[in-house]
Design a protein around this ligand. Sequence first.
Ligand code: WT7
Length: 594
Amino acid sequence: MNHRFDAGAETPDKTALIFEANDPTETPTSLTFSQLKTLVSRTANVLLSHGIKKGDRVALYLPMTFDLPISMLACARIGAVHSVVFGGFSSDALKARIKDSGSKVLITADGVGRGEKVINLKAIADAAMESLEEEDKVDHCLVLDRLNPEQLEANPTASNRDPTRDVDFKAAQAAASEDCPVTWMDAEDPLFILYTSGSTGTPKGVLHTTGGYMVYSGETFKNVFDYKGAPSDIFWCTADCGWITGHSYLAYGPLLSGCTSIVFEGVPNYPDASRFWSTVERHKVTQFYTAPTALRALMREGDEHVKKHDLSSLRVLGTVGEPINPAAWEWYNEVVGKGNCPIVDTWWQTETGGHMLTPLPGKWPLKPGSATLPFYGVAAALIDPASEEELEGNNVQGHLCMKKPWPGMARSLWNNHERFEEVYFSQFDGYFCTGDGAKRDEDGYYWVTGRVDDMLIVSGHNIGTAEVESSFVGHDDVAEAAVVGFPHEVKGEAIYAYVTLNHGVEGSEDLRFELKKQVAEELGAFCRPDVVHFTPALPKTRSGKIMRRILRKIADPSETEKLLAGDLECLGDTSTLADSAIVHDLVEGLREPC
Ligand code: WT7
């Protein structure tokens, strides 16, 4: 029997979504639950009329307008599997995701304003679609017109349309029927694929299914953000739907719970550093959810941007994406929350579907920088990597694992169940391995220490060092590259690349710029390395393994002074290096501008 659950059906006239455009002068718009349902149904009919049926994949490469959650929900309505690709990704990244997911329809836009900049999404989408092999090509591309005449004039290729493939999204939507019966799904049928970087190889197509994911995103939403159905609650998650945060706490969790929420197209510092706070004041936001990197950037701009706005509507403040440093936590608590709003530091992952370690507002004391305790039903464990044994009791540190399943856990990696088992279940028998390290303190509180594998978290984005390295090596002048992270005031972590050039090639400022540009173009602008350090060789063990430990120390600005003074103690044991002279060259390289 199908249990009918029609979110928002009892409150058709309640506001479901409020749009906050990149350009703050754009006329404000909102959608009620019934208007949202109509648009979702029309869009679902557009997809059906373009040959999409249950189980087919649809790629979405869209700005953060209503059209993105609408397109996601339209897929869900007819049982199609959405694969959202963040609008900051490059054409190569989009191409790889279309190919791996086997998407036959792409929904995109002509472009999007992001702060002062205009991103020509159509040109990027065209490059991706045109470079796909014949058998991987999409059949149809639905194009949303988003740019204004002035933006179009500056980006003429955004208007390019291929009449054999491209369809006007808005016109098709308007012409479609608003009546679209739901395609009933089994709880374990796929709902969506979302790609996330792996520490090796290609991005992983994390697969979430219908029942468990929706139960978990809805349930964590209500509990963690203290949503009890008050009509005055206005929830704002600043994340883009291109990430899991936007999936679970914009497209699914709040709407499943019948809560009003904000869709934000802009960036935190445009038109100025008060954007978040003016928006909170204008819409009387009650629960606000953002990333530590955004808070650190805004904190630097001074308290007056916050203080000039009335933030008294705020009740709960949330963070996600990386550990929040205590200074940013305190600022969030005191300056933004005026000491009245519990901070929910939510630890979770694309793979977990929803919050795993998190405070429940008001339920237990908070500690700045700790995601506190597991959500109910979550069986967190710390494993000692050496003994592979679970660590009992408090005051222990190890690899963060889960010893029981939970409703929102990923079910597979698209087209690669073997890799799913290998990455998450093979390291410690009987445990789901998160890839993060954590401590459990004397009170049983968890402190996530960061990734234990070769992953970086730059401005809250998970980036595999291997991906960045292979992008460098793709350049004709580069022989070898090794990428590590270094602490960065705003981004949390930034990319430091050690690059060995081919014989006869001289490192120059121009080449450095070219290499950074190549990585940004290939992987997306958020992957742009901060530092490119040219070196004659990389520090390797005799078996040829790069000693990243040494590279991390040399990249760390807090060690530079000592290293340059000849104090190499922080590098630890370098005796296993095949050629220990390289350390001297690397340290000397710090004198060069990078
Ligand atoms: C990785 C997952 C979950 C949505 C955004 C990122 C890090 C996430 C926290 C937090 C410390 C955190 C972890 C995790 N992370 N939230 N509150 N405290 N670290 O999703 O791209 O799948 O990244 O982000 O390292 O493994 P993702």
